[in-house]
Design a protein around this ligand. Structure first.
Ligand SMILES: C[S@@+](CC[C@H](N)C(=O)[O-])C[C@H]1O[C@@H](n2cnc3c(N)ncnc32)[C@H](O)[C@@H]1O
Length: 500
């Protein structure tokens, strides 16, 4: 209150308490009454030109208690705001407003209270005057609400103005929770939801939210990337993937080695009629996705179990470098030969090392130089018999197999570059693994042992992805599966770890 303002004596009976002020405290009124009777009123109350009390409710009540006729008051020229406030309170009391109108009313009411200096502001002095100012709890109580539900109602007023205009005349404006939810969305989503509802394209909020989010994703989020998932991989990257065979340059490259009869050992026990089942081959499309999605151009990709070279061909095809291990001389020859003849690689961009991929003897003394690992190790217990080599993990007991994998993770933890979460730099170790059935011993799950061993060497499990397989002998095993109450295994799992 400026000192220049004139103080007038207003008859107490003329003062009107029109809208709800702070709930008075009897003790406070008594205390003020006592102080007034001893030293007189220290600060005048504030009224508008219609004598509506704006500040000083306790002092007004103290005057009443003391039976005094006149009260020193400052008259503020704020009639318009006050009459607006009075009108708002009346509208709210009539209870005929929908949720959008209610929200706008309580917001306006709060703005007016602030304008009139009646709202308690952070930093207000704790003197007599501010003591009577309204807190948000008081403002909420003024319209009969708890602080929480007041704020929730007010949230609706934050809706995009265009959306409010479109919805206010419709029944959608009676849906409280949905409007609160809508008000928390971006303007783009709000407008999409609103148009879907108004146009009748969606008959429920749930449907409209879902469709709007999908449209928004297509319109905007995708723009942040300079490619389309669908165009690049035919699908979004998700934890269940299916890769179809594609006959292209990459497949032709892989087939150079893959189709060599010496390497494509037949699965002896699986012969259905005239058709021999050949060893499972990794689909180059899976390798393509893993390397393209999880690694960067120029990265050095390592495969400790290079086998028929799918990782090598895919990595080079996608402009990465390759280093890997093989225990098979024939695979070594075929892979190096095919790469020399068909791929234009610079010196040092491709290196296939002879030796065990778990021991990694050639990496002894090396620092962190590997950008990523992508590999498909053998399965437990000769599920896929690759060779008779005693170093081949497929010929080992589960214990020996696991101790080799232990050694592999120990070596990888030394040579893989460190990832950095904050900088979004990832150097993944990806292993494609599965389960092996072992008659009455049940299932041996490679996930379990790989996860514990990786953890032991400090790796963090970062992603799991299930890849659906096109398994040719399903029809032949349906009956047997049912008899043993098995389900047919139709997926492999790609586990991805990083080292922070
Ligand atoms: C599932 S295959 C890999 C397939 C490979 N991703 C491809 O598509 O060509 C596993 C390979 O690991 C080889 N292998 C087994 N034990 C090994 C070891 N100790 N060191 C290196 N390679 C090994 C097997 O001979 C087999 O060729």
């Amino acid at each position: 209150m400026g000192a220049s303002m004139q103080v007038v004596e207003t008859p107490l009976s003329d003062v009107v308490v029109k809208f709800r002020l702070r709930t008075p405290s009897d003790a406070k009124v008594r205390e003020i009454a006592e102080s007034i009777s001893q030293v007189g009123l220290i600060s005048p109350v504030v009224i508008d030109r219609n004598n509506i009390l704006l500040a000083g409710y306790h002092r007004y009540l103290a005057y009443q208690q003391l039976g005094l006729d006149k009260i020193p008051s400052i008259v503020k020229d704020v009639d318009k705001s006050v009459s607006e406030l009075v009108e708002i309170d009346e509208n709210l009391k009539r209870n005929e407003l929908n949720h959008i109108e209610t929200a706008d009313h309580i917001l306006k009411r709060e703005e007016l209270l602030k304008e009139l200096g009646l709202l308690y502001q952070r930093g207000d002095n704790q003197n007599n005057m501010s003591d009577e100012k309204l807190t948000i709890e008081d403002v909420a109580a003024g319209v009969g609400l708890s602080k929480r539900s007041y704020q929730k109602r007010k949230q609706i007023s934050k809706l995009n103005p265009e959306v409010k205009d479109l919805l206010v005349e419709t029944d959608w404006a009676n849906c409280f929770e949905e409007l609160v939810k809508l008000s928390a969305e971006s303007d783009d989503i709000q407008i999409l939801v609103c148009n879907l509802l108004i146009s009748g394209k969606c008959r429920s909020w749930k449907q409209a939210f879902y469709q709007a989010k999908m449209e928004d994703f297509k319109l905007h989020r995708q723009e942040d990337l300079d490619f389309s998932f669908k165009e690049r991989w035919g699908q979004y990257a998700k934890s269940m993937m299916k890769f179809n065979r594609v006959n292209d340059e990459l497949k032709a490259l892989c087939d150079l080695v893959n189709h060599d009869e010496d390497l494509r050992v037949k699965k002896g026990s699986l012969r259905f009629g005239e058709t021999e089942i050949k060893l499972h081959q990794m689909n180059p499309e899976h390798a393509r996705f893993a390397i393209d999605y999880f690694t960067n151009v120029g990265d050095l990709i390592c495969d400790p179990f290079s086998g028929r070279g799918t990782t090598a061909f895919t990595a080079l095809h996608l402009n990465r470098k390759f280093i890997g291990f093989t225990i098979d001389d024939k695979a070594y020859e075929l892979t190096t030969d095919a790469i020399q003849k068909h791929i234009d690689v610079s010196d040092g961009d491709f290196e296939l090392l002879k030796g065990c991929g778990c021991e990694m003897k050639d990496f002894e003394g090396e620092g962190r130089f590997v950008d990523a690992v992508f590999s498909s190790p053998p399965y437990y217990l000769k599920a896929e018999p690759y060779s008779t080599d005693p170093r081949d993990l497929c010929n080992m007991s589960i214990e020996d197999f696991d101790s080799k994998i232990d050694e592999m993770f120990k070596n990888l933890a030394r040579v893989i570059k460190k990832s950095n979460y904050k900088e979004k730099i990832f150097h993944p170790v990806m292993m494609v693994i599965g389960t092996a059935r072992d008659a009455e011993n049940g299932i041996h799950d490679m996930q379990y042992s790989f996860q514990s061993l990786a953890k032991k060497h400090g790796f963090t499990l970062w992603d799991t992805m299930h890849v659906e397989l096109n398994n040719p002998h399903l029809v032949c095993s349906i009956k047997r599966n049912y008899e043993f109450r098995f389900t047919h295994k139709s997926h492999e799992t790609q586990l991805t770890w990083v080292l922070f």
